[in-house]
Design a protein around this ligand. Structure first.
Ligand SMILES: [Zn+2]
Length: 258
């Protein structure tokens, strides 16, 4: 592919990522309180000022308004800017690591839902059902895409649905719901369908490692007992599995082939 064409694609991916990032902010703020994510126009949380189109240009509006409401000058959370930028960067990296392919579009949307799940779970210790359903829909799409492309990886996806979710469900039943959250189980089922069982296992192991290391570090630093929100760690594990999982799997298997 010619270089200018590749640069054009990455620029486009970044712009789409940033634009969807501003929708992710809407989801992050409205889903936990049960507000509609589509019908109510965006408004200032403080004075109710309805945002005009020029207040809604991702990244730029925040910079131009210096992070304050146009009307009442209340500080707007930098989270808006951070999530928009983060989503754009994550999308570009996904195309970089997974290639310019149809599958990367599904992976990008998947990672965006993971961003929303992470922030909401971090704050509320709940993963909203609708977000897991969104991942399930993407999982069905990924499975269908493999079939359309003639890759025939149906078992990879189907087994992926059960590979981690069934063991987690057993832990849930044995510990009567204290060992793991129901939302985490549904997340690993839907994500497993999407990425297939190999990457689901890689993602889960990475997620557990991140959780142990970061959670212990947090407790050491703050000298407090924290409740563990597993969602963000699972999301980070799944992110790295999508990006590097195939390489991790073949590296691991290389130890067993002589
Ligand atoms: Zn305001």
């Amino acid at each position: 592919m010619p270089i200018p064409y590749i640069i054009f694609i990455y620029a486009l991916v970044f712009i789409y990522g940033v634009v969807l990032g501003s929708f992710l902010n809407v989801c992050i703020y409205r889903i936990p309180s049960g507000e509609s994510i589509v019908t109510v126009p965006s408004h200032c949380m403080k004075c109710g000022y309805k945002l005009k189109w020029y207040d809604l240009v991702p990244l730029f509006s925040y910079l131009f308004l210096r992070g304050r409401c146009r009307q009442c000058k209340t500080k707007i959370s930098p989270q808006y800017f951070i999530v928009e930028l983060l989503n754009g960067v994550l999308w570009v990296l996904t195309f970089l690591f997974c290639g310019i392919a149809w599958q990367s579009i599904i992976y990008c949307l998947f990672i965006s839902v993971l961003v929303v799940i992470s922030v909401i779970d971090w704050r509320t210790f709940e993963i909203p059902l609708g977000l897991n359903i969104a991942i399930l829909v993407l999982g069905v799409a990924a499975t269908a895409l493999d079939l359309v492309l003639g890759l025939g990886r149906l078992p990879l996806h189907i087994i992926g649905f059960f590979a981690i979710s069934v063991p987690l469900l057993l832990i849930y039943l044995v510990t009567k719901g204290r060992g793991i959250g129901g939302g985490d189980i549904k997340l690993m089922a839907a994500a497993g369908l999407l990425v297939g069982w190999k990457l689901a296992i890689v993602g889960f192991i990475l997620g557990c490692l991140f959780a142990v290391v970061i959670h212990i570090a947090r407790m050491k630093i703050s000298k407090q007992d924290h409740v563990l929100a597993f969602g963000p760690y699972l999301s980070a594990g799944l992110l790295f599995a999508v990006w590097f999982g195939d390489r991790i799997v073949s590296w691991y298997l290389s130890f067993f082939s002589f």
